[in-house]
Design a protein around this ligand. Structure first.
Ligand SMILES: [Zn+2]
Length: 53
C-alpha cells in the first residue's frame, strides 16, 4: 500500500515573518523563495515534518 505522505521542510522568512512549507524532495534548496516577498536570503529552516494528503 502506498502511503500518501508528503515530506516537507518548513521555512520562516525573517523579512516578512511568513511561514511556508516546501516539498522536501525539492532538492535545490538554494532556489527556495519566500512566497510573499520573494527573498531567498533570509529564510530559516525551522522544522520538518509530514503532511498527509
Ligand atoms: Zn518574506
Amino acid at each position: 500500500m502506498e502511503k500518501y505522505l508528503l515530506k516537507v521542510h518548513v521555512y520562516e522568512c525573517n523579512d516578512c515573518d511568513a511561514i511556508f512549507a516546501v516539498d522536501q524532495d525539492f532538492e535545490d534548496h538554494s532556489a527556495v523563495q519566500c512566497p510573499i516577498c520573494l527573498t531567498d536570503r533570509k529564510l530559516k529552516d525551522v522544522s520538518e515534518g509530514e503532511i498527509r494528503i
